[in-house]
Design a protein around this ligand. Structure first.
Ligand code: CDP
Ligand code: MG
Length: 714
């Protein structure tokens, strides 16, 4: 490796190092036989055949756009080509992915290809989980994580090259990184940037980097025959099962890939297929699965494989041997509505570009067949050409805050590929202002700086500060950790919903879903400590709790504690479980920190209907909430979800007396109609009532006074 010079390596040099029996990266170790097996297949990948051309382009340019069909070797090979070339720089090479699942999967694969233990020369880093060390020279990471590194170091100075992978997905974080890297390259001439994407939607990226070199990997793609349904069906799961059945019984060898929107659908379909066929290897693939289960999809199998996946398998993960694709045409997508300030996860039709990608998975090694579980007309008329970039769909508050921390004062004029909608941008600013993270001029406050450094959503800083005042900081940290896991801790598998609801009752707190979540977490932690007889997975299974999610909560919580110890002078909790006011302290803290997410019950409705105070939107309480049948006047909610019917989810009952001193609830600040009246007279009335009650309570004569004034009985 010592002979390699930055910007001058040749494919021949690198390949002869790879062919050597000693591992050039660790010169005391011999290569394993598995290494040579992998090397042989790597050399056949389309990108390997053009290694020298790639290096020529790389040497001559600072920014390179690489495009190629999925499976051509971009994610696994290009970072290695670059690693050899950059070895002499002594700095790291970063390669970002939009998804955690893909990040860990490709890091594992690349470490195996280089024959090094994962976490040493090749590592990964995703939020709350890191496998890297001082030795790490190639680091796969999520785009979100590199973005938070960038907030501390705008020059990316730890890296000699940053590779942004899957750029065609245009996630909010990747878009921001593109902008930041564009600026960083003009300051640091030795920083290289490689932007990789599948062969779709690349024109936009090309026009954003006018001087960049382009490198296309010619892909071998085989023809894929497309079949549509003649009538559309809402029962896509059952339809998918019968198509898989048909393929398995009647068609030639070749593995099957089935795309479904949700993990619930996937588990249901997998269990039916497993029961039906002993000679079919049925494998689910979605982000909540354990790492070991995710890895199984790459293992060889005696039987035909049927992989049932969400859209993670669309571009970022390539599995060889797929000949048949069954496409439901659906995916779940988070959609943010700035007027509702609501982020909801909706099952939506995919785009034409995604449909094409999915079909393409069938033609990687030989001609394939794709069954689309929708009509040709639906495809042509209902599917949008390609998914809009994330920046046009997401909530921006935390990203705006990050840019402010980095010193970009007017984020409105920031050079985005696609500037966000002004309304979304304004909402983000208003929210930051309400949280006290920026002032009226839009300048970041010292509180805002701390909030931006938290590894959870910045809104939680207010809850931590309020929690510290009320002696329940610890509980707020737990709740922040719970809200940051990707998956709910309560599990409700569709076939056992009723049993799950009964099991969950023992954690239920009648006035608060947040408290119920805390109860479940605390029960889990004490089961971990004491219940040696019963295995913890059995305990979680019986309690219908998601063990992986709970494990993640504990990990996130511990990291949060560590980072808060630096930021806040963290003190031990004052109130404990035995405190009679324990519940009330926590509910009050939630109310006062998320006051902009309060809602008031509609008085005349039979069903429980609430109206949000901030925006005046109407919604029910989610049927899974402990408050769904209660008649609490005021609540604070964590999510506003909508899948047809709008619901408030994860809610807690609130006493308006806790809110009346906040600026937000003073007459001046309450939303007004055009003629100056109160937009929500009920809110005003209820607040006035609470104020009056409080005044009366304060006027109450104390017991001692009462005695003094009492006339002695004669
Ligand atoms: O990024 P791109 O889609 O161009 O390809 P890649 O992810 O680098 O995959 C190249 C090849 O590596 C695939 O065709 C798979 O055969 C193999 N691979 C694998 O076997 N296991 C992984 N975890 C990743 C890739
Ligand atoms: Mg890739």
């Amino acid at each position: 490796m010592e002979d390699l010079q930055r910007n001058q390596t040749t494919a021949q040099q690198a390949e002869s190092l790879e062919d050597w029996e000693v591992n050039a990266l660790r010169d005391h170790e011999l290569h394993s036989s598995k290494y040579f097996r992998l090397l042989e297949s790597r050399r056949k990948l389309p990108v390997s055949l053009r290694r020298q051309e790639f290096l020529d382009t790389y040497h001559n340019s600072q920014i390179i756009l690489v495009s190629g069909e999925t499976g051509s070797g971009k994610t696994t090979q290009i970072p290695q080509f670059i690693l050899f070339d950059e070895w002499a720089s002594g700095k790291k090479v970063a390669c970002t992915q939009p998804r955690r699942l893909a990040t860990t999967a490709v890091a594992t694969r690349t470490a195996a290809e280089l024959d090094v233990p994962l976490g040493e020369e090749v590592g990964y880093s995703v939020r709350f989980e890191r496998k890297s060390s001082k030795l790490t020279r190639l680091k796969y990471m999520t785009d979100g994580l590199l973005l938070s590194e960038a907030s501390k170091d705008r020059d990316f100075s730890a890296y000699s090259c940053v590779i942004l992978d899957e750029a065609h997905e245009r996630t909010l974080n990747t878009d921001l990184l593109m902008a930041l890297l564009k600026m960083a390259t003009s300051r640091r001439s030795c920083l290289k940037v490689v932007i990789m994407s599948a062969t779709l939607n690349i024109e936009k990226i090309q026009s954003y980097f006018p001087g960049a070199a382009t490198f296309e990997i010619p892909g071998k793609v085989h023809p894929v025959e497309i079949h549509y349904l003649s009538d559309s069906t809402p029962r896509y799961c059952y339809c998918a099962i019968s198509v898989v059945q048909h393929i398995h019984q009647n068609m030639d060898e070749g593995d099957i890939m089935l795309f479904l929107p949700t993990s619930g659908d996937i588990e249901m379909v997998c269990s039916i297929l497993r029961k039906k066929y002993k000679n079919l290897t049925v494998l689910p693939l979605y982000s909540a699965l354990s790492r070991a289960k995710q890895q199984e999809i790459f293992d060889d199998s005696e039987y035909r494989k049927c992989i049932v996946a969400t859209n993670v398998a669309e571009t970022s993960i390539t599995i060889d041997g797929i000949v048949y694709v069954v496409d439901s045409g659906l995916e779940i997508r988070p959609v943010y509505n700035p007027r509702l300030r609501m982020s909801s996860v909706l099952t939506c039709p995919i785009s034409k570009a995604s449909a094409k990608q999915r079909a393409g998975r069938a033609g990687r090694t030989q001609p394939g067949i794709c069954f689309r579980l929708y009509t040709e007309e639906t495809h042509n008329t209902c599917f949008i050409p390609s998914a809009p970039p994330g920046i046009l769909e997401g909530e921006l508050a935390s990203q705006i805050l990050l840019l402010k921390v980095m010193g970009f004062q007017s984020v409105g004029t920031f050079d985005f590929i696609d500037p966000p909608h002004p309304e979304v941008y304004l909402c983000g600013l208003q929210d930051l202002c309400a949280m006290g993270y920026i002032d009226d001029e839009g300048t970041i406050t010292s509180k805002g700086r701390i909030a931006a450094r938290l590894p959870v959503h910045p809104k939680w800083l207010n809850a931590f500060m309020e929690g510290q005042k009320n002696g329940c900081l610890r509980e707020m940290i737990d709740l922040a950790a719970i809200s940051s896991t990707q998956h709910p801790i309560f599990s409700r598998p569709p076939p056992a919903r009723f049993a799950a609801d009964i099991a969950h009752r023992r954690f239920a707190c009648p006035l608060s879903d947040h408290m119920s979540q805390l109860n479940a977490l605390h029960a889990y932690e004490s089961a971990m400590k004491t219940d040696k007889r019963l295995s913890i997975s059995q305990w979680c299974f019986d309690s219908f709790l998601n063990r992986r999610a709970l494990g993640e909560v504990v990990r996130i919580r511990d990291q949060l504690l560590a980072s808060l110890q630096q930021e806040l002078a963290y003190t031990k909790e004052i109130c404990g479980f035995e405190d009679a006011e324990y519940d009330a302290h926590i509910r009050k803290t939630l109310a006062r920190s998320f006051f902009y997410q309060c809602a008031l019950k509609h008085p005349h409705s039979h069903a429980t209907i609430y109206k949000t105070v901030h925006e005046g939107h109407t919604a029910g309480i989610h049927p899974e909430s402990v408050l769904s049948r209660e008649k609490q006047e005021w609540i604070v909610y964590s999510e506003f979800v909508s899948s047809g019917i709008p619901y408030l989810q994860t809610v807690t009952a609130v006493d308006p007396a806790w809110l009346i001193d906040l600026d937000f609830f003073q007459d001046d600040s309450l939303p007004k109609t055009a003629d100056g009246g109160f937009k929500q007279p009920l809110v005003k009335k209820s607040l006035d009532k609470a104020r009056k009650k409080k005044d009366e309570e304060e006027d109450l004569i104390s017991f001692e006074e009462l005695e003094l004034k009492a006339t002695p009985l004669v």
